[in-house]
Design a protein around this ligand. Structure first.
Ligand code: SAH
Ligand code: SF4
Ligand code: F3S
Length: 464
């Protein structure tokens, strides 16, 4: 963005502040995955850089942005619902700027629907156009016009200094963008574009910058981190990147998400076992336990391969914690296929997981598949799967009772303002009674009880 425009926006915001004795405010509502959460952090940075302040209250916001997701139909429905609710607000305050960004905006049909049916939207920008936001605001204010900016593929322009948010002492880093796996149910390759890795030197600079800012835990993000680096001019493996990051002083814990089972080499498993900083939690989505369905999903591995991978991980990595994603009711899924999934999850014994009912997505291969499963059968299978999974989570969590674990304290617990919560190395959510000044610190907690989703304990010791 041209500096002159940025300066003008800053002046304009300063003038507003002088007249109204307050800054202009922004509200960002984020739907979807960690990628979007991190993109929202970058958007927040850009807005703060031109003088905006954050607010949670839409009545006092001067700009409202929805960072959208369309992984399943209900994500999309939510966005339309919330957008409809903004209509009266815009009528009351025509100066309010309403903007949409994120994955939904990458699709032409969706943008056309928005333009036709939601004329209260002022800005639309894509997942690869985040840096243009100040410029778009400038043009909108100057010309009072609807502005749209969409680019299908990523031109990497991320700057380490844009990542000033994070949670407590944890920060997120994109190591790659997009996905080319084309799992037949999934819309991500169509909305996030070609798989593109960032240069290791840029990632290392960002890790160093975060460490200098006091962050001690980082989470590396990508749709399929295991294939990181293959498309670079000087290819490098994900394991080699992890080994370089390990050397950055000040970083205590390194996490990453998501691993695709098809690209999980033994050298990565060995490094997770050997590293002093890598979390022993691995998110390894299986999606289904049936070979027939895995093939129809284009996952490129078999049930036997996945189980062997898990066996090798368990063998090598002490304290391994496994989580997964599973879809039920995919087209053509018979009772036998579903039973194969139940058997697989019982055999693996997951610590955590996300379970989904198959949702038809526009433009995907699965959308055109026959043998759709009825809603009743989908719901039935979903409930059965939840029962198995929750049992497994509970067993895994109960094994922590009596043990003392180290956690990074993240926040006040959502359901109880007297409690704090944080996560273990194995990504278990732990709640305990403690003072707010512990947020961002590492503490030792003795675990006293557990359910399927959390551990509960008492503070033993604060660490520096
Ligand atoms: N890149 C990651 C996951 C991205 S989406 C991976 O490959 O594992 C997160 C999860 O949403 C997926 O793992 C899948 O379980 C689920 N999902 C994706 N598309 C879906 C659809 N059309 N219906 C139901 N669940 C879906
Ligand atoms: Fe979607 Fe498959 Fe890519 Fe994951 S790997 S984002 S499920 S296409
Ligand atoms: Fe949703 Fe886009 Fe993530 S579709 S799940 S926000 S990559």
């Amino acid at each position: 963005m041209r500096t002159a425009r940025k300066t003008e926006l800053n002046n304009w915001n300063q003038e507003f502040k002088n007249i109204n004795h307050k800054n202009r405010k922004y509200l960002i509502k984020t739907y979807g995955c960690q990628m979007n959460v991190h993109d929202s952090e970058r958007i927040a940075f850009l807005l703060e850089d031109i003088g905006y302040e954050s607010t949670e209250n839409q009545n006092e916001a001067d700009i409202i942005l929805y960072n959208t997701c369309m992984i399943r139909e209900n994500a999309e429905v939510k966005v339309y619902g919330h957008l409809g609710q903004l209509k009266p607000l815009k009528k009351e305050r025509p100066d309010l700027i309403i903007g949409l960004c994120g994955c939904m905006m990458q699709l032409n049909d969706i943008r056309n629907t928005i333009k036709k049916k939601h004329s209260h939207v002022d800005l639309i920008f894509g997942t690869n156009n985040i840096n243009e936001l100040p410029d778009m605001i400038y043009k909108h204010l100057r010309d009072n016009q609807f502005i749209e900016s969409i680019e299908q593929n990523m031109k990497i322009v991320e700057d380490a200094k844009e990542v000033i948010h994070g949670e407590a002492a944890r920060a997120y880093i994109n190591i790659m963008y997009g996905c080319e796996n084309f799992c037949t149910y999934c819309v991500v390759p169509y909305v996030r574009g070609k798989e593109t890795s960032r240069e290791p030197i840029e990632i290392l600079k960002e890790v160093q910058y975060l460490a200098d800012q006091g962050f001690t835990e980082i989470m590396l993000l990508g749709q399929n981190v295991n294939s990181y680096g293959q498309s670079l001019t000087n290819p490098i493996t994900f394991t080699d990147l992890l080994k370089q990051i390990e050397k950055v002083e000040g970083i205590k814990r390194i996490r990453f998400m998501t691993s695709h089972p098809k690209d999980c080499p033994q050298e990565l498993i060995d490094w997770i076992a050997a590293s002093k900083k890598l979390s022993t939690h691995i998110h390894l989505p299986v999606q289904s336990g049936s070979n027939k369905i895995l093939k129809k999903m284009n996952r490129k591995y078999t049930r036997e391969y996945y189980l062997d991978l898990v066996r090798r991980m368990k063998e090598k990595i002490p304290n391994l914690s496994l989580s997964t994603d599973i879809i039920v009711g995919f087209p053509g899924e018979t009772e036998e296929d579903f039973q194969d999934t139940l058997k697989l999850v019982d055999e693996v014994g997951y610590d955590q997981g996300f379970m989904f009912i198959y949702s038809e997505r526009p433009g995907t291969v699965a959308q055109k598949m026959p043998e759709k499963i009825s809603r009743d059968i989908q719901l039935n299978r979903f409930q059965l799967l939840l029962d198995h999974m929750y049992d497994s989570f509970k067993k895994k969590n109960e094994a922590y009772i009596g043990k003392t674990v180290e956690i990074l304290v993240e926040s006040v617990s959502k359901n109880n303002p007297d409690r704090l919560s944080g996560r273990t190395d194995t990504f278990k959510l732990v709640h305990f009674l403690g003072e707010k000044n512990l947020i961002g610190k590492y503490v030792q907690i003795k675990i006293l009880s557990a359910n399927s989703f959390s551990l509960f304990g008492e503070l033993v010791e604060r660490l520096e």
